[in-house]
Design a protein around this ligand. Structure first.
Ligand SMILES: NC(=O)c1ccc[n+]([C@@H]2O[C@H](COP(=O)([O-])OP(=O)(O)OC[C@H]3O[C@@H](n4cnc5c(N)ncnc54)[C@H](O)[C@@H]3O)[C@@H](O)[C@H]2O)c1
Length: 347
């Protein structure tokens, strides 16, 4: 297939693209490359890339494309809170416009990178894809609204699919330290403390970026009727943890560490415990390869080999919100998150 991957230069995209290429697909990327200064290890830019803001996509970007995997956007709750209107413009409006353009150019599949944060404050019981949405942030709301609007575009010629990813972890060439497993592991290695900002009680499903990538691939390969206008929770039912359980696994992985709590540690409103049986049942090609233990070990081994230091992850380089704010302060990104003339001159 010829696949357009938006956000292909982000944390998940740089893991997914090589896996698509290995399977013989042709990949064209579209990304404004907000995190070009956030390489971890090697530079991940490898495929033909349309360096463009998704808000500026044009019909010709979708010519001869069989499927779109849409990852681009403001990718977590803190970034979504930066400016809820921007979150609306990029995550919601631009996504729907993108889908309409794709549809108008005859693209048949549109895989949307949604999130389990659509469930928001869901409580302690396991929920599946039939559960009510209950988002508690602009980011979560944007994912809910996109799913609903994409569904209205579904017809005989256009099949949107909603992959509700669990919170990701794992090593990527566009690493993020603002995700719970990565963050706690790196912090523990640098300080000797697995440091919790909440009281550790909220539930989170987690998934390795390799397994999230496998889910996109399984949805690409599946018969159309299996994925048409369908939502899938992406993760493993047995990989839902309370944050303090994640902390315990990391404490047991990183030698000589203790668990500590912030002074004002309280409960976090976002708690959801997600049943992921549907994707295993409907898309048997999706065979997750990772567990928290294995992932924490991968992070520990990689951070040891690369000698990650406190300043590497305390600073803004690998944290999406802090990184954007730094680029704005330096005059490189404007308030609409477009590169400025100064940035273009440097590039
Ligand atoms: N990482 C997770 O835990 C997780 C969980 C659930 C869902 N998701 C979703 O998966 C997708 C990818 O997540 P990620 O962790 O790789 O995020 P990321 O922030 O690492 O990558 C997002 C990419 O999108 C690009 N981008 C952002 N705004 C853009 C715009 N206006 N135009 C063009 N490109 C733009 C960025 O440059 C970046 O390369 C996101 O939609 C995110 O909401 C992520």
């Amino acid at each position: 297939m010829r696949i357009l991957v938006t956000g292909h230069l982000g944390y998940i995209g740089t893991c997914l693209v090589p896996m698509l290429l290995e399977r013989g697909h042709t990949v064209i990327g579209m990304d404004s490359d907000l995190y070009r200064r956030s390489n971890f290890g090697h530079d991940p830019r490898s495929v033909r890339s349309i360096q463009k803001d998704i808000r500026d996509a044009q019909p010709e970007d979708f010519r001869n494309i069989d499927a779109v995997i849409h990852l681009a956007g403001l990718s977590n709750d803190p970034l979504g809170d930066l400016d809820p209107d921007l979150t609306y413009q990029i995550n919601e409006q631009a996504t729907i416009r993108l889908a309409k353009l794709a549809k108008s150019q005859g693209v048949e599949r549109f895989l949307f990178s949604s999130s389990c944060s659509t469930y928001g404050a869901a409580g302690d019981d396991f929920i599946d894809e039939t559960a009510d949405f209950n988002p508690v942030t602009p980011y979560g709301e944007s994912k809910v609204n996109v799913e609903k609007k994409l569904s209205r575009l579904a017809d005989d010629d256009f099949s949107p699919t909603y992959l509700r990813n669990a919170t990701a972890y794992g090593v990527s060439p566009r690493l993020r330290f603002d995700l719970v497993v990565n963050n706690l592991t790196a912090w523990a290695m640098a300080t000797g403390e697995v440091f919790l900002k909440s009281d550790g009680t909220p539930w989170r499903p987690i998934a390795h970026i390799g397994d999230i990538s496998l889910a996109f691939i399984a949805a690409l390969d599946a018969d159309r009727d299996l994925i048409h206008d369908e939502a899938f929770n992406v993760g493993r039912t047995d990989e839902n943890f309370q944050i303090r359980e994640i902390a315990e696994v990391i404490r047991d992985t990183v030698p000589n560490t203790e668990i500590g709590f912030a002074e004002d540690a309280g409960p976090d409103e976002r708690t959801y415990r997600v049943n992921c049986e549907k994707i295993r049942r409907v898309l048997p090609e999706f065979e997750p390869q990772w567990t928290l233990e294995k992932g924490a070990r991968e992070l520990y081994d990689t951070f040891t080999a690369q000698e990650v230091k406190l300043e590497d992850f305390e600073g803004p380089r690998y944290k999406r919100l802090a990184h954007i704010q730094q680029l704005q302060k330096q005059g490189l990104l404007d308030e609409t998150l477009r590169w400025t003339a100064q940035a273009r001159a440097i590039a």
